[in-house]
Design a protein around this ligand. Structure first.
Ligand code: PLP
Length: 391
């Protein structure tokens, strides 16, 4: 059976070039980078080179990059590390559409006596910059706002957000897990203090992430132990994955402009094709600036899980929301926050394209999806009601 993977916001395939650079790190370059002998020195140089490559993609200094185990750890370390640096401040600002790595941590913090302001979004998925400005007070230790949404691909205006936060004098953490490698970033001109990224979203392996910490930003480490990562993240480094992440960042830098242009053409073809072939569906966040690889579509009167299952029978792997929430029957918090109509919210599918998708695969999805939706609607009492209502 044909296999089409269009769930690249959940995770990506490791690029062969990345794997190739990682392989020597298992049996040849196996020293501990902290060791003073030749085995350690060689590996230490490789880790530094990876740090330079990550920094280069972000417009950062290599010493501002701290390797972590994933995006979730980077988000947690940024938030907890900042709060511990400002113990007198007890207020955090974030948005209603963050990834659970930020949102659930903020809820946890509320239980510990912090006050959290959750900025709302409108039906296009956009926050209100005036609301952001008003939310920041002298008690605000940190503002944590994502760059690009994992479910809808909606991209927040990072420059303007940063400017407002800087004028108000708060620390800014940006969860850029979905943005890094997809949209250009230059931290020399965007004075974010902390920024999270994750390797498996850009063709590096799972289980490796990084946290950018701007020089002179107060930061209390989360892990206590050795002096690795400049004392900011204890624990012997995951060397093969760090090397892999470095290579993935170098590849992303080289290919980003062309790759994103190509993906946008494919994504638009898919989106337009579905809108033309399937009645009563809508694109969530379609009016906003979005990641060029992502489309999030709601189909009236059908269940997202049922669509996924039938797509899967045809070899197509997409997602009903974010991967982390896919075992959760509640509608996505992002779509609820955007006010997606109740009749459509449960029938939501995210297609997220990636480096290895082709035009032929898009044609294949377009060939399969109309009959899948039609089949499900024929079985749906909601659909006959809707048809009756609309005549
Ligand atoms: N933040 C965002 C926006 C994400 O999309 C994800 C993963 O989907 C994460 C954080 C968590 O990253 P990780 O899976 O590396 O923990």
């Amino acid at each position: 059976m044909r296999e089409v993977y269009v769930d690249n916001n959940a995770t990506t395939r490791v690029a062969p070039e990345v794997l190739e650079e990682m392989l020597p790190c298992f049996c040849d370059l196996y020293g501990n980078p902290s060791s003073l002998h030749r085995f350690g020195g060689q590996v230490g140089e490789k880790v530094w080179e990876a740090r330079e490559r990550v920094a280069d993609l972000l417009g950062a200094h290599p010493d501002e990059i701290v390797f972590t185990s994933c995006g979730t750890e980077s988000d947690n370390a940024a938030i907890l590390g900042t709060l511990a640096s400002y113990p007198e401040k007890r207020h955090v600002v974030t948005t209603t559409v963050e990834h659970p790595a930020v949102l659930n941590l903020c809820r946890h913090l509320e239980g510990k006596g912090y006050t959290v302001t959750y900025l709302s979004v409108d039906h296009t998925g956009m926050i209100d910059l005036d609301e952001l400005q008003e939310a920041i007070t002298r008690d605000t230790a940190l503002v944590s706002i994502m760059y690009a949404n994992n479910e809808t691909g909606v991209v927040f205006p990072l420059e303007e957000i940063t400017q407002i936060i800087k004028e108000k004098g708060a620390v800014f953490h940006c969860d850029a897990v979905q943005a890094v490698g997809k949209i250009p970033l230059d931290l020399r001109s965007t004075p974010v203090e902390l920024l999270s990224l994750s390797g498996h979203k850009l063709h590096a392996p799972k289980g490796i992430g990084a946290l950018y910490i701007r020089r002179r930003t107060p930061f209390v480490p989360f892990f206590i132990g050795g002096h690795q990562e400049g004392g900011r993240r204890a624990g012997t480094e995951n060397v093969p994955s760090i090397i892999g992440l470095g290579k993935a960042c170098a590849l992303a830098k080289e290919a980003m402009a062309e790759e994103q242009r190509r993906l946008q053409i494919l994504r638009d073809k898919l989106e337009r094709g579905i809108l033309e072939r399937v009645p009563s569906c809508l694109v969530n966040g379609g009016q906003s600036r979005r990641l060029s690889n992502t489309t999030n579509m709601s189909f009236e009167a059908v269940e997202g899980e049922a669509i996924l299952l039938l797509l899967s029978e045809e070899g197509i792997a997409a997602s009903a929301g974010s991967a982390c929430a896919s075992s959760d029957p509640k509608p996505s918090h992002v779509l609820v926050a955007m006010g997606v109509p109740q009749t459509a919210i449960h029938g939501t599918i995210r297609f997220s394209l990636g480096r290895y998708n082709t035009k032929e695969e898009i044609d294949y999805i377009l060939e399969k999806i109309p009959s899948i939706i039609q089949r499900l609607r024929e079985l749906s009492p909601l659909w006959s009601e809707e048809k009756r209502a609309t005549g």
